[in-house]
Write a protein that binds this ligand. Structure first.
Ligand code: IMP
Length: 185
């Protein structure tokens, strides 16, 4: 019988559900304090940041709204092509708004750099970045992450919104995918 157990494809759990949730509560408190007296417009980068944005938003005590943008990234591959294009643009204007970009992981930095330039060109009051994970070893373009969940080693991870070939997003933790699954090393 073919196994359908996602957990079996995971080599090791890198961040447990508890670790992730505790850190998100801290980030929410920090962001709420920093933006006290202001309204915040969250921009989630589809699809990986959906769970992170949903959990983070519940820890914000300031008035906030959200919108989503979708950018073409890895697809079936685990290597960044450097080719970035918009699959889904924002629904609302961001002119004069305090924008917080919510990203699942910053790897080469190409995606975030592209989104930052796009957002800045639309005259928001301010722009900051909140990323759950950072893989600094793979950076090609330097990008400033104002609020960061965790720095992780250069391994391909899945779970808590992150996928490989659209699978594993529903795992409640972040785990290292077995290299034989994606043909990596
Ligand atoms: P960057 O443009 O190379 O920084 O890539 C950012 C995007 O690549 C993220 O939003 C993810 O969708 C994807 N990505 C990068 N590393 C991983 C990983 O380890 N697992 C799953 N997706 C990843």
């Amino acid at each position: 019988m073919v196994s359908n157990d996602l957990h079996r494809d995971i080599e090791a759990v890198l961040l447990t559900e508890e670790q992730i949730q505790r850190r998100i509560a801290e980030l929410g408190a920090q962001i709420s304090a920093d933006y006290a007296g202001k309204e915040l417009h969250l921009i989630g980068v589809l699809r990986g940041a959906v769970m992170f944005l949903a959990d983070l938003m519940r820890h914000l005590t300031i008035p906030c709204s959200c919108d989503f943008i979708a950018i073409a990234s890895y697809g079936m591959d685990t290597k960044s092509s450097g080719v970035v294009r918009i699959l889904k643009d924002l629904d609302d204007s961001i002119q004069g708004k305090h924008v917080l970009i919510v990203e699942d992981i910053v790897d080469t930095g190409l995606t975030l750099n592209y989104i930052l330039n796009l957002i800045r060109s639309r005259n928001p009051a301010s722009v900051r970045v909140c990323a759950l994970l950072d893989k600094p070893e793979r950076r090609i373009v330097p990008v400033e992450i104002h609020y960061l969940g965790f720095t992780i080693p250069n391994r391909f991870v899945v779970g808590y919104g992150l996928d490989y070939a659209q699978k594993y997003r529903n795992l409640p933790y972040i785990g290292i995918l077995r290299p034989e699954i994606y043909g990596g090393v």
